[in-house]
Design a protein around this ligand. Structure first.
Ligand code: UVW
Length: 319
């Protein structure tokens, strides 16, 4: 069996956008999104139908999370029980209220990843030192992405439908050429600077009761698989944002190299392509299949979590 290469060697010739938008840039390929891209998204609005893409967070029955990460936990801190027990705060006029708090691994629900979320060779996106993540991520954290927001023309690529399936199989891979073929089959054009939404059916299958494949040693998501050509295609197409209905936006273990999540490195770290993960794209995909409209206005902004490695989000699509 051949040895798994180190990312330093494997991605030695992979393109980088470091310095392209200045030495202190922290939003990477989101720089491609400006007013013309917003208007290109607005131009796709036909009916005013809206879709929210976030998944439920903190469901008592459990949420789909990457093995080892904790479920989001919501806890009541104030509710009617306090007043029933005679311990409620006296409020002039007799008003009462409820509060709760949320404990969350920020990557354990629908989220945007900061560009510093994954790295190799001791350097993050734009060459920032990996030591800037210690204690709190001070460079390439989620805040600049949250400040900017993501608005543009979105295109849904339905890989599940293209393969004639409801859900792709565990570990099933696809390439940028498959994305292009799916787009052609759907009759939609992928344009430069589009936000790409890739539907695999994976996350929605969790809510349909197929939870076993999200747990244990066999955990293996389907997804895009690395090649230099794919990375160059993302670069040439100036793709700002990759959004999927999987936990990590790419196949869990790259079959060609044996590497885990190399696209986090080649796209996120090196090109500054922003990742949005754990979306439920199935209702949107079903609607696109029924009205034939696969392009729309995509809007999202993660919460402004100071020094966050990522942050929760509930994107809105307008058709
Ligand atoms: C990992 O880093 C494992 O994945 P994600 O991008 O989903 O946080």
């Amino acid at each position: 069996m051949t040895e798994t290469p180190h990312l330093n060697d494997y991605l030695a010739t992979s393109p980088k956008n470091w310095g392209k938008w200045g030495a202190d840039d922290e939003v990477g390929s989101l720089n491609y999104l400006g007013s013309p891209e917003v208007l290109a998204g607005v131009a796709e609005i036909r009916s005013g139908k809206t879709f929210t893409l976030g998944v439920p967070m903190g469901s008592p029955a459990g949420d789909p999370v990457w093995p080892g990460r904790r479920q989001a936990r919501r806890v009541n801190t104030v509710d009617a029980g306090l007043w029933m027990a005679g311990k409620g705060f006296p409020i002039p006029g007799g008003a009462q209220y409820s509060d709760d708090m949320l404990v969350i691994d920020v990557q354990s629900s629908s989220q945007y990843d900061a560009l510093g979320h994954a790295w190799y060779g001791d350097q993050l996106y734009n060459g920032y030192d990996a030591a800037t993540t210690v204690g709190a991520m001070t460079k390439a954290n989620i805040m600049p992405i949250a400040e900017k927001g993501i608005v543009g023309r979105g295109v849904l690529l339905d890989m599940a439908k293209y393969r004639g399936k409801k859900v792709l199989d565990p570990g099933e891979t696809f390439t940028h050429e498959d994305l292009l073929a799916a787009a052609a089959a759907q009759g939609v054009e992928i344009r430069k600077r589009d936000v790409l939404l890739v539907h695999t059916g994976w996350i929605n299958s969790y809510y349909e009761g197929d939870t076993a494949k999200f747990q244990g040693a066999d955990f293996m998501e389907p997804g895009l698989t690395h090649s230099q050509e794919l990375v160059e295609w993302f670069q040439e197409m100036e793709i700002p944002n990759l959004v999927t209905d999987t936990i990590a936006n790419e196949v869990t273990l790259d079959p060609a190299s044996g590497l885990s999540l190399p696209l986090h490195q080649a796209l996120m770290r090196n090109l500054g392509v922003v990742f949005a993960e754990i979306m439920n794209l199935t209702p949107l995909a079903d609607d696109c299949a029924s009205d034939g409209q696969y392009a729309f206005l995509y809007t999202a902004a993660p919460i402004k979590l100071v020094n966050g490695t990522g942050a929760p989000v509930n994107p809105v699509v307008v058709k």
